[in-house]
Design a protein around this ligand. Structure first.
Ligand SMILES: C[S@@+](CC[C@H](N)C(=O)[O-])C[C@H]1O[C@@H](n2cnc3c(N)ncnc32)[C@H](O)[C@@H]1O
Length: 248
């Protein structure tokens, strides 16, 4: 009789929380989206029903239908897991689902997950904050366009400084880079792009802000912009070399 909004982390099942793994094994029904890795779904009990509501091009599932489905399942089953990539409340529309379930009188619990906004950079050897390089990090969607109600003021963001982590930014990367540079970010600002972080297909590309438009990237990818993107702490050898440097 509870719907658990569960964060599935960046893809590697070892990066699930213990609570998420337990709920996946106990659930009567698991409703998941497209970005959830098959290795995570493998933890679901064979007796459970798996429902894929992933939003893919050409086969969109309206958000209201997903929320309504969760309400119906929540009324019928003891344990429903709504499994999302990363954290349910970081660009995951988990908040809308929680509100819909609350309004329908269905008990809802959130189980936070490791968001790709932090995990993807970390797995690529990039710390999102680092003493002397970045004292703040802004996580932003690249999806909003000029004229949207919640359109991002990229020029203002450029002036804030620190690290900018862009989710859903692949399609708009040329415009994002141009506007950050127009706002004052130097063209040689380091950039790191992490595709499919935490999965066997993880790929890391590095470059400068004025090269971002030309990097060949396929989603899902997380874009990290700022001096920290020049760091590569992914390997033990790299970490040792860096900590030995005077700026470490
Ligand atoms: C709709 S948002 C959901 C974010 C998710 N709730 C989270 O906390 O990670 C999807 C975006 O997250 C990023 N993303 C999700 N999984 C990723 C992964 N495995 N590697 C890199 N980026 C990922 C991409 O920017 C993708 O477009």
């Amino acid at each position: 009789m509870t719907v658990h909004l569960v964060g599935g982390g960046p893809g590697d099942p070892d990066l699930l929380t213990i609570k998420a793994a337990r709920l996946l094994a106990e659930a009567d029904v698991v409703v998941h989206d497209a970005l959830v890795d098959p290795a995570v779904l493998a933890l679901v009990s064979p007796a459970a029903e798996l429902i894929d509501v992933g939003k893919r091009p050409g086969r969109p599932v309206p958000q209201e239908l997903i929320t309504e489905l969760l309400v119906q399942l929540g009324r019928r089953h003891r344990c429903v897991v709504r499994l999302k990539g990363g954290d349910p409340y970081v660009f995951g529309r988990g908040g809308e689902e929680a509100l819909g379930l609350q309004a329908a009188g269905v008990e809802v619990e959130v189980v936070p997950g490791i968001t790709s906004a932090v995990a993807a950079p970390a797995l690529a050897g990039v710390p999102v904050t680092h003493r002397g390089l970045a004292a703040s990090v802004t996580v932003v969607t690249g999806h909003r366009r000029v004229g949207d109600e919640e359109a991002t003021d990229w020029e203002a963001l450029a002036r804030v400084g620190g690290t900018v982590v862009v989710l859903m930014g692949v399609a708009e990367r040329a415009a994002i880079a141009a506007r950050l540079m127009a706002g004052g970010r130097p063209p040689d600002t380091p950039v790191a792009v992490v595709e499919r972080a935490g999965t066997p297909a993880q790929r890391v590309l590095r470059g400068r802000l004025d090269e971002l438009a030309f990097l060949e990237i396929s989603p899902p990818a997380t874009i990290v912009i700022g001096p920290v993107a020049a760091l590569d702490l992914a390997g033990a050898a790299a970490a040792t070399a860096y900590s030995a440097s005077p700026t470490g």
